[in-house]
Ligand binder design. Sequence first.
Ligand SMILES: Nc1ncnc2c1ncn2[C@@H]1O[C@H](COP(=O)(O)OP(=O)(O)OP(=O)(O)O)[C@@H](O)[C@H]1O
Length: 497
Amino acid sequence: MANVSDPVKPQTETVPDLYTGEPPIQSAHNTWKAVDADLGRALGRNVHRAWTGQLFIQTADAHTVTLSAPSSFVATKINTHYADTISRLWEKHDRVDPPRAVRVVSGSRPTSRRGADPDSARPSLPGIPGARSGSSPAARATKMTLAPVSELARKRFTLENFVVGASNELAVAVARQVIGNQVPQYNPIMLHGANGMGKTHILHAIEAEVTERDPARRVKFVSAEDFVAQFVASVRGSGREGMSAFKASLRDVDLLIIDDCHFIADKSASQEELLHTIISMVGAGRQILIASDRHPDTIEKASDRLKSYLSSGLVCKIGPADYELRLRILDRLIARRREQGHASLAIPQPARDHLAARMNVTPRDLEGAFNQIVAQSEFLGTPITLETVQETLSDSRYMTGQRLTVDRIQRTVCEAFSISLTDMSSKRRARAVARPRQVAMYLSKKLTKRSLPDIGRRFGGRDHTTVMHAVKRITQLRSDDVTFDAQVKAVEDALKG
Ligand SMILES: Nc1ncnc2c1ncn2[C@@H]1O[C@H](COP(=O)(O)OP(=O)(O)OP(=O)(O)O)[C@@H](O)[C@H]1O
């Protein structure tokens, strides 16, 4: 069995497995195909694409499979949020009997000219390899959730490293308020914003700063996925005591942080448990901080009661980063890379401008493109120029993030006007719903190549004349009403970057 304190070694054990007859690395690849497909379904396409979809098989032997993430940040996020799901699915699909332990490390592909990231020596899934034979999923879930954020993550995800702009300044102010005040001013606090906007960064920064400033203040950070896994495990397996222990582990703290809460939405029993957790924390005067990729009102399948409690304290949005903020994030990335020993790293101004202008989706995409450009220049020993940046960004992976679809327009409009996605296709005619719907139709016509009938179909099967009317109405309103015009322009800018 691989010792997690060893650095990642090339795969050594090539003896075919007695059960499958396949070499371990081959069966690992085959198993991964099935797990990869299931992960997309279990976590949702966006989450999978952003995180677990980036994993690849690093090594495999008869006992352990090592999955590698492209950076220590991605490895940390996967280990703190998705490790249990990966383990569970691996166990389900592994072609080797008994199923192998899985661990996630950060590091480059085996064919790379570079060695594995030193981070990879860290035990990324504490307890997993040694615990496989005897430990229950619940026990493993608990261990994983309690795994401390790595030192590296702690140093990196600080408020100091978080670049503040108009789209996130409220969230940062709220974070500072939570860090500085033991007595909650607003409770619960709900932080929402699309994937990759920096929610997890802020949450980790709060956790780290509170722990450092005041070790007596008990802080618990849990992903919604682990919340569900532990809740289900305690319902199924460990009787009344297990359930009490689960509740206590969440509620007997001074600050409870729950990430990716939208994950709980379609799980009714977990929703109920979350609701009672919120009520209990607020009632006891203990701070609860929750992050989600959307406004509570637009979490489909969340009960009205849960939505109402989630919105009952303070709801704080992190909006899309504008060009100026993206440029400053880029500067921060460059400065950090220089501090890490790449003192000569240089990106000429036109290349920086191009990068910040093109990578108009999220800070995560910007960071991914930056890493790609720097790595390419290091590996090839070539300088970074406007041309090399243009070439890298023409890669389809970066282009797909920017493609404007009716679906993306609808989601962005819903977020901007705080209505639910179902309202886009509903028959509701109240102005609070009908106007944003018209805005989404107008923007779909303006920003995509879709025909009027096609757009109509995507709004609950409406006629093309309805879309035409929406386009006329919004055009008229924009010229009559400057405030409304500014509102629509903000949405359009966010979509175009
Ligand atoms: N304002 C910012 N300044 C510096 N880095 C940022 C900023 N916003 C985001 N990032 C970086 O972008 C990456 C993605 O951020 P993070 O994972 O916190 O997003 P998220 O909103 O939690 O996404 P998800 O919903 O997918 O979990 C991280 O590397 C984070 O450090």
